[in-house]
Design a protein around this ligand. Structure first.
Ligand SMILES: Nc1ncnc2c1ncn2[C@@H]1O[C@H](COP(=O)(O)OP(=O)(O)OP(=O)(O)O)[C@@H](O)[C@H]1O
Ligand SMILES: [Mg+2]
Length: 599
């Protein structure tokens, strides 16, 4: 008796589904990609139960006639490829003709479609890979695909599904990846009837899409990149180095508008940013590579998440060059300061001080030397300048990027002279030195010490009575959902309040007066990825964010008495060299030496 038997089609489809349809997010990815391939201008995604219960994708694309509507559910049936060579001139996302039969094999599946102008439409129903039922349906524009009870007939796979909440996050990420590459298409995503992600078409300004997908707070930090070569073009947007993330999840790379993770491309991006970012921080980058389809193989990964370049070195070089050019030009330094953005304002003042001090040095030595300022200013993105030989470095100049311990009583001995640029306190320091104090950095440092002390005492901050609801952008809401445990450890009591809203019930002492939305948004970016515990690095980063917000605002209007109090606090602060999470508080210039040389 023969040992070998041909598998039934429904079984083959179920096996294939194991590769293509990993979770609800893969269904959404495949169906939305089909909608785009059909020329849709609007794509709607409605979900129930994190997509496990129900996924409905509606589009206004070219739809299908009856014959195609039935054929599309057969394995290897596609309108996108006829010959192997077509792979080298592919403009569509799909080409294998396997997604729909795979999805229909592991769900209750319905499609309703019609061709433009048709008098009658078609509804096709498939129950877990059984033969399709076809019937007349009202005519409509485009196609609706409904996927219910995903994996109901593959219990092994169903067991691997996470909570609806987690699956939903994967779905959102899948939509964001597609939406970033298609600003000309409108996207509407809802879950349980509540909108999750809404982004109207914005073909003229792709940064609007980036802001809708990745958070409005990134928008002012985005700058274009462009590198056009004979065989490759690299375009897109990168965030200036002052906007960083704890993980590489803000790096989105696309090859011919297909979202792709490529180690070489990501390596080139990280290499470009290397000297601009503090260690452990990652940039936000949305990058589009256009390459000749002949020079890239898109058929190397079951979910098409990887490609193979014929000239991977050339790709690496082009990406590196594109990003380095923008980083070197540092367009954010020339940008007009925006009142609403304190970071921008800080950068503006930091430059003013830098220019002032550089001019003073030029006058004295005839050669400019870049000067470091507060670590949160973009001018600190570059590594600290070397201290010239043969001259004893003053405090703050020797290790300006660290918080080197000053001599005891250093801050209390400073004699305030006045304000520079309306923000920095210029003081006379010990031994005739010019000391520029960044009050925001100083306050942040003091608050950071408070928060550290509370955590070290083991009590954690005592929650205070507080109560407000906050609506967050989608990415921040997602991060917060996954990081609620970490937040509780930090002394926050935050509860989901439906959609992207949260009820903030208590905050740690010292944060009562801060703008809750901004604080939560910033914390969301600092939290570890969902499912990851808050480690020492994460904790330090979260405390730094809290300290930064606790200091916000109050630094602008320090009275003389408050300044004295702050200086005394700094003398008590722990500037232990191993604690590098506070920003640099002062910059010191050896003024007397300057005068002596100028004579
Ligand atoms: N929303 C839609 N509107 C119009 N036609 C569609 C739509 N979705 C699918 N189709 C048609 O059904 C065919 C099969 O879709 P399916 O996703 O299974 O394969 P594919 O997109 O060709 O390749 P891949 O498996 O790589 O995605 C497509 O080639 C397309 O012609
Ligand atoms: Mg497809």
């Amino acid at each position: 008796m023969a040992r070998i038997a041909r598998l039934r089609d429904d079984l083959i489809n179920k096996i294939a589904a194991g590769e293509v349809v990993e979770r609800p997010a893969s269904v959404v990815k495949e169906l939305v990609e089909n909608s785009l391939d059909a020329g849709a201008r609007t794509v709607q995604v409605a979900l129930e139960g994190g997509g496990l219960q129900r996924i409905v994708i509606s589009d206004d694309g070219h739809g299908m006639g009856r014959e195609d509507a039935v054929l599309c559910l057969e394995r290897h049936a596609t309108s996108k490829l006829r010959e192997l060579d077509d792979l080298h001139s592919l403009a569509s996302k799909g080409f294998r003709g396997e997604a729909l039969p795979a999805i229909a094999a592991v769900s209750h599946f319905t499609l309703h479609t019609a061709e433009p102008g048709a008098e009658v439409g078609t509804r096709v129903t498939v129950e877990g890979g059984a033969p399709p039922q076809v019937e007349d349906a009202p005519p409509r524009v485009g196609t609706v695909m409904t996927v219910e009870d995903l994996f109901y007939n593959t219990p092994a796979r169903l067991k691997f599904m996470r909570r609806g909440e987690t699956e939903l996050k994967h779905v959102e990420e899948a939509v964001i990846r597609i939406a970033l590459a298609h600003p000309e298409v409108s996207f509407l995503v809802e879950h349980g009837g509540l909108p999750l992600f809404t982004s109207p078409a914005c073909p003229d300004d792709p940064t609007e899409r980036i802001a809708a997908a990745l958070g409005a707070d990134v928008h002012p930090h985005l700058f274009p990149v462009e590198e056009r070569r004979l065989d490759i073009s690299v375009t897109g947007y990168i965030a200036s180095p002052e906007y960083t993330l704890p993980t590489a999840r803000g790096i989105y790379t696309f090859v011919n508008r297909r979202y792709v993770r490529d180690r070489g491309v990501i390596g080139a991006i990280q290499r470009a940013y290397q000297e601009y970012l503090p260690s452990g921080r990652q940039p936000l980058v949305v990058l589009f590579l256009e390459v000749d389809p002949q020079a890239v193989d898109v058929n190397v990964h079951p979910q098409k998440l990887e490609v193979r370049f014929s000239d991977s070195r050339g790709v690496y070089d082009a990406v590196l060059a594109a990003i380095v050019r923008t980083l070197r030009a540092a367009p954010w330094l020339g940008a007009a300061p925006q009142e609403a953005d304190p970071k921008r304002q800080a950068a503006h003042y930091a430059q003013a001080v830098e220019r002032f001090l550089t001019r003073a040095q030029e006058a004295a030595w005839g050669a400019p030397m870049p000067l470091p300022l507060a670590a949160d200013a973009p001018s600190m993105g570059a590594p600290p300048p070397p201290v010239p030989m043969g001259r004893a470095p003053a405090f703050g100049q020797a290790l300006p990027q660290l918080n080197e311990a000053p001599p005891p009583g250093y801050f209390g001995a400073l004699r305030p002279l006045g304000l520079l640029g309306g923000r920095f306190h210029v003081c006379e320091g010990p031994g005739g030195t010019l000391v520029v104090l960044d009050p925001h950095a100083a306050l942040e440092r003091a608050r950071l010490m408070d928060f550290h002390r509370l955590m070290e005492e083991g009590k954690g901050p005592t929650p205070s009575l507080f109560g407000t609801t906050v609506d967050l952008p989608l990415p921040a809401a997602r991060a917060l959902m996954g990081g609620r445990e970490a937040l509780a450890r930090l002394g926050f009591d935050v509860e989901p309040f439906g959609g992207t809203s949260f009820a903030l019930k208590s905050v740690p002492p010292g944060l009562e007066g801060v703008e809750p939305r901004k604080l939560l948004e910033a914390l969301a970016h600092a939290l570890p990825p969902p499912g990851t515990a808050l480690d020492a690095v994460g904790l330090a980063e979260a405390l730094r964010v809290m300290a930064c917000h606790a200091a916000q605002g109050s630094a602008d209007k320090l009275t003389d008495a408050q300044l004295r109090g702050l200086l005394a606090e700094l003398d008590r602060a722990d500037f232990h060299p191993t604690c590098r999470h506070g920003t640099v508080v002062v910059l010191e210039m050896p003024l007397l030496e300057l005068e002596r040389r100028a004579r």
